[in-house]
Write a protein that binds this ligand. Structure first.
Ligand SMILES: [Zn+2]
Length: 170
C-alpha cells in the first residue's frame, strides 16, 4: 500500500515537471517572426502623433471616423491604373481593377485586394445599421461596405478619398 502511494506521488510530480518544461519552450524569444501573410499591427501611436502625421483633414476622417462631402474627394472620378493604399500606413487595400462608378460621390470598389486587409465593424451611428470598414493594419477609418454593389461580389466598398493614396502600376 505504501509503495502505491509513493508511486502516485512520483507520477504526479513527474507530470508537473513535464508541464513546467513545456511552458519554458514557448517561443517568446526575440528571433520569433510572424509569417509574412499575417497582418502586422503597426506600432501604437498617440492621437497627438496621428494628428501631426496626417494633418487635421485626414485625421478627422481616418482617426475620428468623419466622412468627406460627396463628389469632393480626389479619387471619386479618378481612373488611374494601380493600387489604392491606406493613407495612414501604406497597407494595400484596393486595386483599380475593382473600382467602379457607383454615382455615390465617393470612390467605390466591389472587392478588397486581399482578404484580411480590411476589417469590418457593425456601425449603428446616426440611427442606421451599417458596416464600417477599417484598415486592418492601423485601424484607420476607410468608409463603409454595402451589399448593393455590382457582380461578381455584390459588394460596394464606399471609401473616403482622404483615407487613400494611389500607387500607379509601373
Ligand atoms: Zn492603415
Amino acid at each position: 500500500m505504501k509503495y502505491i502511494f509513493v508511486i502516485l506521488i512520483l507520477a504526479s510530480s513527474f507530470g508537473s515537471m513535464v508541464h513546467a518544461q513545456k511552458a519554458e519552450q514557448k517561443p517568446e524569444d526575440a528571433t520569433y517572426q510572424a509569417p509574412d501573410n499575417m497582418i502586422k499591427k503597426i506600432e501604437q501611436k498617440t492621437e497627438a502623433e496621428w494628428l501631426e502625421e496626417l494633418g487635421p483633414e485626414k485625421y478627422k476622417i481616418l482617426r475620428q471616423c468623419s466622412t468627406e462631402p460627396p463628389f469632393t474627394g480626389k479619387y471619386n472620378n479618378f481612373k488611374g491604373v494601380g493600387n489604392y493604399v491606406c493613407a495612414a500606413c501604406g497597407n494595400v487595400l484596393f486595386s483599380s481593377e475593382t473600382k467602379f462608378d457607383s454615382g455615390s460621390g465617393w470612390p467605390s470598389f466591389f472587392a478588397a485586394v486581399e482578404k484580411g486587409k480590411i476589417k469590418e465593424i457593425l456601425d449603428t451611428s446616426f440611427g442606421m445599421t451599417r458596416t464600417e470598414i477599417k484598415c486592418a493594419q492601423c485601424d484607420g477609418h476607410l468608409g463603409h461596405v454595402f451589399t448593393d454593389g455590382p457582380k461578381p461580389t455584390g459588394l460596394r466598398y464606399c471609401v473616403n478619398s482622404a483615407s487613400l493614396d494611389f500607387v500607379p502600376k509601373e
